[in-house]
Design a protein around this ligand. Structure first.
Ligand code: ADP
Ligand code: NA
Length: 333
């Protein structure tokens, strides 16, 4: 009963990484190019759940917008905007704060990971409530599908729980039960320094990730220094089972080349990392350097980026505001 509509977002809490590109951006472009209605958001209000320097946040938001466009998002075919410019997200989030239960939030593994070894009592209330805002981001457009990396799966499940509870509590069929869309070899790109941790823009070590702004030499060096084991690559994926670092590099190669891990191993099985790493670095440079060049060109004109985001916000608001008005009516406001 709900028309197919895609929503997804990325936090402008740092420069975007190869993980964001393969797990999110690349697939956002594919959905747009399939002619589906696509709404993409720079979720700056999520970013401030941990401290962000204001000038840096402004810069990173523009840089993330430039990354989207450079990667192939067409701001005419997709709606591209930043979250804080469309007030309906925060307004619906408040209603969802009253639908969601404390226990649901406390079970989120990202909350547990982000507070591990820290004093949870000293974290922002926003960091705890973050998944309710994420549910509002999605449901304020009544989006049906959410392309994300593997790490966001649990938050989408929570979004579904919120939609179901809202519909039940008020006896309506108002919100769709949105589906996560998690696909591809590189749905979970891992750190180059530790194959058990995801590659993230918020990892303190710059060596752990490839940034979309890294130049060719930096990319080559980071792959050369990437942690690996001494064995050559296996012939089949079964041989990657307890080799997280090797598996990660093979998955990255598959993601960048649009193939699968078995196809990569059909070509490189038996090869040493001394051979595979430079091939991977060359492939990464050939995919990423046109994006980096285009990002730099776009960043030279910040006013144009702001204009694009402003236009996107107007179009997003035109969808979100009437949905929110209906929600207020359902709730008795
Ligand atoms: P980050 O963890 O880099 O701050 P976000 O939380 O802003 O990233 O996530 C933005 C999108 O990028 C989400 O869809 C997320 O699933 C995806 N993503 C982030 N890191 C990775 C990764 N290492 N591998 C695959 N997808 C990722
Ligand atoms: Na994250």
């Amino acid at each position: 009963t709900f028309p197919t509509r895609i929503f997804s977002g990325i936090q402008p809490s740092g420069g975007l990484t190869l993980g964001n590109y393969l797990g999110a951006l690349k697939r956002f472009v594919e959905k747009q190019d399939q002619g589906i209605e696509t709404i993409y958001c720079l979720v700056d209000m999520h970013a401030i759940t941990v401290w962000q320097d204001p000038e840096r946040l402004r810069h990173q938001t523009r840089e993330a917008a430039a990354a989207f466009i450079a990667a192939g998002i067409d701001p005419k075919r997709s709606i591209l905007f930043n979250q804080s410019q469309v007030g309906a997200h925060a307004e619906l989030a408040w209603i969802f704060n009253c639908i969601a239960r404390m226990g649901w939030m406390g079970r989120m593994t990202q909350w547990k990971d982000k507070t591990a070894g820290k004093n949870a009592e000293a974290q922002s209330l926003g960091l705890f409530a973050y998944p309710a805002l994420m549910a509002a981001d999605i449901l304020v457009y009544r989006a049906t599908h959410v392309p994300v990396g593997e790490d966001q799966k649990q938050h989408i499940e929570l979004t579904r729980d919120i939609a179901i509870k809202f519909n039940n509590d008020y006896g309506v069929n108002f919100f769709p039960v949105a589906e996560p869309v998690i696909e591809g070899a590189a749905a979970r790109v891992m750190s180059l320094r530790d194959g058990t941790k995801k590659m993230s823009k918020s990892d303190p070590s710059d060596q752990s990730r490839i940034n979309l702004t890294d130049d060719a030499d930096t990319i080559a060096k980071k792959f050369r220094k990437a942690k690996t084991d001494p064995e050559p690559l296996p012939d089949t994926v079964e041989g990657l089972a307890d080799r997280p670092e090797a598996r990660n590099l093979v998955n990255i190669y598959a993601g960048l080349s649009g193939t699968t891990a078995p196809e990569v191993l059909a070509q490189y099985g038996g090869a040493q990392f001394g051979t595979f790493k430079p091939a991977l670095a060359d492939l990464a440079v050939s995919v990423l350097s046109p994006i980096t060049t285009e990002m730099n060109r776009l960043m030279a004109d910040p006013a144009e980026i702001d204009r694009i985001l402003g236009d996107g916000a107007d179009r997003a608001d035109a969808i979100a505001r009437p949905v929110l008005e209906e929600v207020y009516d359902i709730v008795g406001m």
